[in-house]
Design a protein around this ligand. Structure first.
Ligand code: COA
Length: 173
C-alpha cells in the first residue's frame, strides 16, 4: 500500500509539473515528497499513541524540508506540495486526493473548533496558491482554487476560485 501510494503520488506530480523529469528525479529532489514519506511514518505512530515518536519524525522532517505537517493531519493520495518552503499543515487538517499546495501555505486554526476539529478540509483536486492561508474548521470544495496570497476564513463552494483578503469567490466553473 505504501509503495502503491508513493508511485501514485510521483505519477500525479509528473503529470502536473512540467519541470519533473521522472519518478526517480521527483523521489530524490522534491522536498514535498520527502515530507509526505516522513508524514506516513509519523501518522502511523500518532494513530497508535506514540506521540513523542510521531513528533520527533515530524520535527526532523521539518528541519530537513522546511515543511511542517502535524502527525495527526490526514492526507489522501496524490498530494503535490510544490517547492514546499514554509508550508504548515495543522493537526486536524484533512487533505483528500490529488490536491496541490504551493510554498508558504498554511492550513491553520482560527478562533473556533467544532468537535475538536480546528483546521480546514480540502476536498479532492483543490489547488492552493503560494502564500495562501486557510484558517478554520471548514471545507474547501472539490476542484476549487485558492489564489496566491488569499486569506480564506469561510467555506469555499466546489468548482470556484477564491481570492483576496479576506477571500471571496471571484469565479465559478
Ligand atoms: C487563482 C488562480 C489559480 C487562477 O485561476 P483561474 O481559474 O485561471 O482564474 P483567473 O485567472 O481567470 O482569475 C479569476 C479572477 O481572479 C483574479 N485573481 C487571480 N489570482 C489572483 C490573486 N492571486 N489575487 C487576487 N486576485 C486574483 C483574476 O484577476 C480574475 O479576476 P477578474 O475576473 O476580475 O479578471 C491563479 O491566479 C493563482 O493564484 N494560482 C496560484 C499559482 C501559484 O501559486 N504559483 C506559484 C508557482 S511557484
Amino acid at each position: 500500500m505504501f509503495f502503491k501510494r508513493l508511485i501514485y503520488t510521483l505519477d500525479r506530480i509528473k503529470g502536473k509539473d512540467p519541470a519533473a523529469h521522472g519518478r526517480l528525479f521527483i523521489l530524490f529532489f522534491y522536498p514535498g515528497v520527502h515530507a509526505l514519506i516522513a508524514h506516513r511514518f509519523a501518522h502511523w505512530f500518532y494513530r497508535r499513541g506514540f506521540f513523542c515518536m510521531a513528533e520527533l519524525i515530524s520535527k526532523l522532517s521539518r528541519f530537513l524540508t522546511n515543511i511542517e505537517i502535524h502527525p495527526g493531519a490526514e492526507i489522501g493520495w496524490g498530494l503535490f506540495i510544490d517547492h514546499g518552503s514554509g508550508v504548515v499543515i495543522g493537526q486536524t487538517a484533512v487533505i483528500k486526493n490529488d490536491c496541490t499546495i504551493y510554498h508558504g501555505v498554511t492550513l491553520g486554526a482560527n478562533k473556533e473548533s467544532f468537535n475538536g476539529k480546528r483546521h480546514p478540509t480540502l476536498e479532492n483536486n483543490v489547488t492552493v496558491g503560494c502564500g495562501a492561508k486557510i484558517l478554520g474548521a471548514f471545507t474547501v470544495g472539490e476542484n476549487s482554487k485558492v489564489a496566491a496570497g488569499a486569506v480564506v476564513l469561510e467555506a469555499v463552494p466546489k468548482n470556484s476560485v477564491v481570492a483576496g483578503v479576506p477571500a471571496k469567490v471571484v469565479k465559478r466553473f
